[in-house]
Write a protein that binds this ligand. Structure first.
Ligand code: PLP
Length: 400
């Protein structure tokens, strides 16, 4: 007799449109009912059970005092959980002492900009890119040096020749977003190594936002920039959190990781520890649960996202050939070039009116891209199919 292995319970996370519309989140409340939202980077999925349990434990006990976890502050537990995850997933040896928890990653972008540059200094940003990066550069009166992601016909790549032309003696920082939002690129080791040599040659600090690193599709590999070499680490501030991959952005918990202690000390000369605050205990416990117990949920979600990405790719290639795009290598976002539709309004506005889909407007990622939209496809298959139907119909209405 052969013993049968117990099968793990299937993980259900897809939610109906009715359940989603009952939520009090930005995604489902921004537009009138009738519009399907595909903008902000939130997934339409139920959260992982270990995260929910971690939160319920706090709520059921009404345990809202200054917290302690395993004899230490929860911040320390977040740092330990992050270092352990980096080691097990990427072989990146990162001391928890170099990990600073804080509330969110946009804060984590502003702080190193203030610490490592001065007004008037240049900061390189690949464009298109996540809109708050632009604001972080311009509102702090630094100079934004835009480096276009070059479309080589099969993907968007780093243009090292353009980069060389862009920097000047007052360029201090390169903001890297890897995996890249909105193109979904996962930069290869060769690309990252070239960037690291460039940063060394020009003495640049690299702010590496790796928030989408858990959401990589088969055939691609995430490499933390700071794990490339000790030289790369010495100039790298890594930003990460569980908010995108585990769908908990409302809980506000993120980390900054310094490549070495000297970098951390330089940072704190300008940004005192107290100024970055710390994570809320609910966010901290949820993040620790995500990073230590959430992988089965994430694996199930990734299998769904891969199916969704392939469905988007197949339908758009067949049914909307005017739309140019590359299937993302990571993230649940895809960057659609609608310029062949020759729309008179921005593509965002056109599809909001004609298809009742609320995409993210291309011009917010790069002012030169009003004919682009970013499509968030992290939803259930019936909603995704409805969006694709509406989208294809609206592109045909406009087809020349
Ligand atoms: C590249 C990138 N960085 C940072 C963030 C902000 O994340 P959070 O609000 O969880 O700090 C996002 C959110 O979409 C993002 O895509």
């Amino acid at each position: 007799m052969t013993a049968t292995m117990p099968q793990p319970e299937p993980i259900h996370f897809e939610l109906s449109e009715t359940a989603l519309r009952a939520r009090r989140n930005a995604k489902w409340n921004q537009y009138e009912p009738g519009v399907l939202p595909a903008f902000v980077a939130d997934m339409d999925f139920a959260v992982a059970a270990p995260i929910q349990l971690a939160i319920e434990k706090i709520v059921h006990a009404g345990d809202y005092g200054y917290p302690m976890r395993d004899g230490q502050k929860p911040d320390r537990s977040v740092s330990i959980a992050f270092s352990a995850r980096m080691k097990s997933r990427y072989g990146w040896e990162l001391s928890p002492d170099l990990v600073l928890p804080l509330a969110d990653l946009v804060q984590g972008t502003y702080a190193p900009i203030l610490a490592f540059s001065d007004p008037g200094d240049g900061i390189v940003l690949q464009v298109p890119n996540y809109p708050p990066f632009r604001d972080a550069i311009t509102t702090t009166e630094r100079r934004l040096l835009p480096l276009a992601m070059r479309d080589n016909g099969s993907r968007h790549v780093v243009d090292m020749d353009e980069l060389e032309k862009l920097v000047d003696a007052r360029t201090r920082i390169f903001i890297l977003c890897n995996p890249q939002n909105p193109t979904g690129r996962v930069f290869t080791r060769d690309e990252l190594t070239a960037l690291s040599h460039f940063a060394e040659a020009h003495d640049l600090i690299v702010i590496s936002d790796e928030i989408h690193s858990d959401l990589v599709y088969p055939g691609h590999e995430h490499i933390p920039f700071a794990s490339l070499s000790a030289e790369a680490a010495a100039r790298t501030i890594t930003l990460n959190s569980a908010t995108k991959s585990f769908n908990i952005p409302g809980l506000r918990c993120a980390v900054i990781a310094f490549g070495n202690a000297a970098l951390r000390e330089r940072f704190h000369k300008r940004i005192p520890l107290r100024l970055t605050g710390s994570a809320n205990v609910v966010g901290a416990d949820a993040t620790i649960a995500a990073w230590t117990e959430g992988q089965p949920w994430l694996d199930a979600v990734l299998a769904h996202l891969l199916k969704a990405r392939n469905r988007v790719t197949e339908v758009l290639s067949k049914e909307a050939p005017q739309i140019r795009f590359h299937a993302p290598e990571a993230t649940y976002l895809t960057w659609l070039d609608c310029s062949r539709l020759e729309l008179s309004a921005s593509a965002f506005q056109y599809f909001l009116n004609a298809a009742k889909i609320g995409f993210s407007a291309g011009e917010t990622f790069d002012p030169a891209c009003p004919q682009f939209v970013r499509f968030n496809f992290a939803t259930s298959m019936p909603i995704l199919d409805e969006m694709l139907d509406r989208f294809v119909t609206a592109t045909r209405r406009n087809a020349r």
